[in-house]
Design a protein. Structure first.
Length: 75
């Protein structure tokens, strides 16, 4: 998913890898709940990049992919 790579690049560029990793570590056991929250929030987000991010994270596996991408970029 290219949008997740863009998100991981933005997090890395802003030097937010440590807080992002901590949040993703907390969300990982609650992946289903996080994906359902993204589905709930999607109609409330404006169109454009934010909507793309929320749409990309509405799947439980996407959270794991984002976590892997951020860990890979950090090392």
């Amino acid at each position: 998913m290219q949008i997740l790579q863009i998100l991981a690049d933005g997090i890395t560029r802003r030097r937010l890898t440590t807080p992002a990793r901590m949040i993703l570590d907390l969300v990982e056991p609650l992946g289903f709940l996080a994906s359902q929250t993204a589905l709930f929030v999607r109609p409330l987000t404006p169109f454009g990049r934010w909507r793309d991010y929320v749409t990309a994270l509405d799947d439980e596996a996407s959270w794991k992919v984002l976590h892997h991408l951020i860990n890979h970029r950090d090392s």
